[in-house]
Design a protein around this ligand. Structure first.
Ligand code: ATP
Ligand code: PMV
Length: 457
């Protein structure tokens, strides 16, 4: 390699959030459309330290919450002809997300040898995987009696949160750069995540993991085409120029209006349907104008939803806290009982509810035309039941690609006695669905205190 560096190690901790794509599933794959993605309070944490027992130039990665195949050891070394850092896996089952993140970061930083061996521990918040029932509370990072592969994922974007948090952690462990490197971490995490997945998705999950809740427009797929194949001559130079370039994408930060909450339900026994993206994209290709009309109609509604969230925030800002909460409670009690002065905010709540309903209708329609179960009948029943029986619920969607995995509800969390959760849990449990503890959160990747993880490392 042209320039190489020996890296000293600064113990670091970082965490990155999961995601829910509330609006924009499929459409967000095309840079002509945008998606509304909320980051979630469920995070994946990575904590680094010197590994006194490690061999020279090794990075040992552990995921101690899982029984087997929970440790991976990588050895790094230089390569010929500017092909980047070589990362050889010495033990553990394949975990491309970790391997690619190491490779991309070390190559970007021109590091081929480490001052001391390194250890990185991964800790995932419990909501990422279905947890066994318990009568007591689970510990903060619960252990599961399975391998990662056999764990029942809840669809919160574990691979994107892991890749992002790992990238931030390793980058800060090895680089002394104190300037703002979040954009660099975004670009590196997108590159590593795409390369590990073997395909270029929209990247909304990594964007949410880095920037937090945002209105997202993707980068052109071609941005990454020159760096998906690592280890070829000139790779290091290409990687640096791609990562340091200004990418054409948008991640405009957003938040839910005051008193709103996004609640996630994990549908038990639901299976992921990777084929659905292919089916919908093929339908789009084969149905030119008709498909475009459908996508444009969905997009217009997605924009309306974003607009009504903004309007609700704006109207809410002109009201005192007490007045706002009172109005929201009145609305939940009886949507038709308009008390004076509340018309504007009632209209906002009503419009959010109406638009969520219309989005579902359009997505169902697209699913039917394309022959993909975007909102299967069981999910329709579950979402309708919430609207009928839980007055705080404004609406819901089958998020992301849809299917049998999860539901997301948008509700007004203003109940004096805090009964909303109880009611949602009751309706969900009648439909093989479990309410997750996680909720929407604004913040993306963040540095954490290493000592906060004592007892788990
Ligand atoms: N706690 C963890 N420790 C190490 N690797 C993990 C961990 N959690 C997830 N991974 C990696 O991410 C992979 C799961 O990625 P996958 O894209 O299938 O799920 P996901 O990102 O949760 O899915 P979705 O986008 O539907 O929410 C695992 O096979 C593993 O490689
Ligand atoms: C279908 C798609 O638009 C969203 C998939 O979302 P999820 O993984 O089901 O949350 C794919 C993508 O954006 O990469």
């Amino acid at each position: 390699m042209s320039t190489t560096a020996t890296a000293t190690v600064t113990p670091t901790a970082a965490s990155a959030p999961g995601k829910v794509l509330l609006a924009g599933g499929y459409l967000v794959l095309d840079p002509a459309y945008t998606g509304l993605v909320f980051a979630l309070s469920a995070r994946i944490h990575c904590v680094s330290s010197v590994n006194p027992d490690g061999q020279a130039d090794t990075i040992t990665v552990r995921s101690p919450q899982f029984t087997k195949e929970q440790e991976w050891v990588y050895r790094i070394s230089g390569t010929e002809s500017d092909a980047g850092t070589a990362v050889e896996q010495l033990s553990g089952s394949p975990n491309p997300f970790i391997q690619k993140a190491i490779l991309y970061i070390l190559t970007y930083l021109s590091i081929t040898t480490l001052h001391s061996p390194l250890k990185i521990t991964i800790l995932a918040d419990n909501d990422y995987y279905s947890q066994p029932p318990t009568t007591t509370r689970h510990p903060r990072f619960n252990n599961l009696p399975t391998t990662i592969r056999d764990a029942n994922k809840t669809g919160l974007g574990s691979s994107a949160a892991l890749t992002t948090s790992f990238t931030g952690c390793l980058f800060h462990t090895l680089s002394s750069s104190s300037s703002n490197v979040t954009e660099t971490i975004h670009n590196l995490a997108q590159a590593a995540h795409c390369s590990a997945q073997g395909k270029v998705g929209s990247g909304f999950d990594v964007a949410a993991a880095v920037w937090g809740s945002c209105i997202y427009r993707r980068f052109p797929a071609a941005t990454l085409s020159s760096i998906l194949e690592s280890g070829t001559p000139g790779f290091a130079k290409r990687l640096k120029s791609v990562v340091d370039a200004r990418w054409e994408y948008e991640a405009r930060k957003t938040t839910v209006p005051r008193g709103f909450r996004v609640v996630m339900g994990d549908v038990r026994g639901g299976s992921a349907t990777p084929g659905m993206v292919k089916t919908v994209l093929r339908w789009r290709e084969e149905n030119g104008e008709k498909a475009k009309e459908r996508w444009d109609a969905i997009h217009a509604l997605n924009m309306e939803l974003i607009g009504w969230f903004e309007e609700t925030r704006r109207v809410g800002e002109h009201m005192g806290e007490e007045e706002y909460v009172k109005a929201a409670r009145e609305y939940v009690k009886d949507r038709d009982s308009l008390a004076g002065g509340m018309e504007e905010i009632f209209r906002c709540f009503e419009k959010v509810a109406e638009t969520l309903g219309k989005i579902r209708e359009q997505m169902r329609g697209m699913g039917e035309e394309a022959g993909a179960g975007i909102e299967p009948p069981a999910q329709t029943e579950l979402l309708d039941k919430h609207k009928e029986e839980v007055k705080s619920v404004l609406g819901g969607v089958v998020p992301g690609a849809g299917g049998h995995d999860a539901v997301a509800l948008v509700l007004l969390d203003v109940d004096e006695e805090g009964r909303v959760e109880e009611e949602v849990k009751r309706v969900m449990s009648g439909h093989s669905c479990t309410m997750l503890e996680t909720r929407e959160e604004m913040e993306g990747i963040r540095e954490e205190e290493v000592k906060g993880y004592e007892g788990y490392l």
